[in-house]
Write a protein that binds this ligand. Structure first.
Ligand code: NAD
Ligand code: GLY
Length: 359
């Protein structure tokens, strides 16, 4: 078992990573500092892992709120259901919420915890690879608005994260690959050694070798924890965690969030960022090819979905959260392992990149 500390002064917390970290009742109990506990999960994850969490709560009053599965339920309606339950059952400010599930449950529960009585504690138990390496760490919480994803949210850090590699055994292959896009992201943005390791070992990871999974989650969380500790509220460096996301969100929006998983769109978006960097003379074509090859071996898409047009891409990119005063900032590459935030690119090069990926 590995433990990483997210260093945020009085908001610091541990991330426990490894096989069976969720079986450690004493460790779990240590973070359940209240006698009032609400577990929030969904139907899929509840059937698999709720009883394991419940077995750790024999000494406290707890109940579970089980929501339907899906991004659609990362909504104000689900948020209201959580708050209503907390109020109906008279949960006090010292209560604790447990988010058991992927990024949807984590973001939603975290947002409810941020808002209930101006903020209560919550524990993240991420059960997808994407949630273990990204969404459960760093305190971004949100729900979607019908007009935009993650548009209602808050920064609210959990008190602990339990990333158990064993729960990944039930995760569908496609979801595993989507999570790997975010893992590859850490290599590209700031960790060339890790990127090299992934090129060597991606097949082992995709076979879900325990040590390999523990290694990638650990290395991803170390990278994320360092960036978050430096810039918790994204006034600067944290933006690099969004590599590929502006392209990716534009694809997801054009597809109404139906065809592709978030990680798939991010994977394609990272390759597009590399391609644009190459067109601007920042990196050589061989580096773009290296990224394309790793994404292909991870079974991630490397072309934009056929139902998306150039016009949709340009329109959707304009309303991205990374847009400031009408200027769209992108994360581009100086190298694999070295990225930067810039608005210094031409519309012409951007269109060439998009067209290249539409063909
Ligand atoms: P998800 O939560 O929808 O989970 C994917 C699917 O896997 C769901 O059907 C879920 O029920 C199922 N599942 C979860 N754990 C399982 C398990 N162990 N075995 C079998 N099935 C399992 O999707 P996700 O990819 O985890 O998260 C996507 C969400 O995360 C998006 O809403 C995105 O906006 C958000 N996100 C947030 C951040 C952040 O920093 N807060 C970062 C990245 C993504
Ligand atoms: N997923 C991007 C961030 O946490 O900043």
């Amino acid at each position: 078992m590995k433990a990483i500390e997210v260093d945020l002064a009085e908001r610091s917390y541990p991330i426990y990573i490894g096989k069976s970290v969720l079986s450690d009742k004493a460790l779990f109990e240590q973070h359940v500092t209240s006698n009032q506990v609400l577990i929030v999960t969904n139907e899929t994850v509840a059937a698999l892992y709720l009883s394991q969490i419940e077995s750790h709560l024999s000494n406290v009053n707890y109940e579970a709120l089980i929501l339907p599965d899906g991004e659609t339920y990362k909504s104000l309606d689900s948020f209201n259901q959580i708050i209503s339950r907390l109020m109906e059952k008279k949960y006090s400010r010292t209560c604790i919420l447990i988010a058991l599930g992927g990024g949807v449950i984590g973001d939603l529960t975290g947002f409810a915890a941020a808002c209930y009585q101006r903020g209560v504690k919550f524990i993240q138990v991420p059960t997808t690879l994407l949630a273990q390496v990204d969404s459960s760490v760093g305190g971004k919480t949100a729900v979607n608005h019908p007009l935009g994803k993650n548009m209602i949210g808050a920064f609210h850090q959990p008190v602990a994260v339990f990333a158990d590699t064993e729960v990944l055994s039930t995760l569908p292959d496609r979801e595993l690959s989507a999570g790997l896009a975010e893992v590859i992201k850490y290599g590209i943005i700031r960790d060339i050694e890790f990127y090299d390791w992934l090129e060597e070992n991606i097949e082992l990871v995709r076979k879900r070798d325990d040590d390999a999974l523990e290694y990638i989650i650990n290395r991803s969380c170390v990278n994320k924890a360092e960036v978050v500790a430096e810039d918790e509220r994204e006034s600067g460096i944290r933006a690099i965690l969004n590599l590929g996301h502006t392209f990716g969100h534009a694809i997801e929006t054009a597809l109404s969030y139906k065809e592709w998983l978030h990680g798939e769109a991010v994977g394609c978006g990272m390759l597009m960022a590399a391609d644009l960097s190459m067109r601007l003379g920042l990196i050589e074509e061989a580096k773009v090819d290296r990224i394309r090859s790793l994404l292909e071996r991870t079974n991630l898409p490397t072309q934009i979905h056929k139902d998306v047009s150039l016009e949709q891409m340009l329109e959707n990119m304009k309303v991205d959260k990374k847009s400031r005063d009408g200027v769209l900032y992108l994360i581009l590459l100086n190298d694999i392992g070295n990225v930067f935030v810039t608005s210094d690119y031409t519309e012409q090069a951007l269109k060439e990149t998009i067209n290249h990926f539409l063909s």
